[in-house]
Design a protein around this ligand. Sequence first.
Ligand SMILES: [Zn+2]
Length: 100
Amino acid sequence: MSRRVSQGPYVRRLSSEERRDGYVMVLKDWLGFFPPVGQEFSLERDGRTEPARIDAEPCTCRGPEKPHEHYSLRVPNLGDATQVTVSKLAGGSYALQVDR
Ligand SMILES: [Zn+2]
C-alpha cells in the first residue's frame, strides 16, 4: 500500500459532536498533511488568520485493550457547518473553508 502523503485538501463531513464541541477530527492517514502534532500554524478563515494546531488525545473507544490516539483541529464557532475543507497554502499556512 502506498504511504504517500496527500497534498489535500482535507475534506471532512462533520459529526454532530464535532460541531457541538468545535473541532475537526483528523484521520491518522492525514496527519502528514498537517504540521506536527502540537506545533502552532496559521489558519485562514473568512479572511482572518488565527493560530491553530493539531491536538492528540488518548482514547479507548475500541476498548481498554486497544488504546490509541485521536487527532483533532480545534475550530471554534462551527455553528451549523456540515463540512469543512482544509487547504495547504504556499508558505506553510493553511486555509479553512466551512460549508453549511
Ligand atoms: Zn478512539
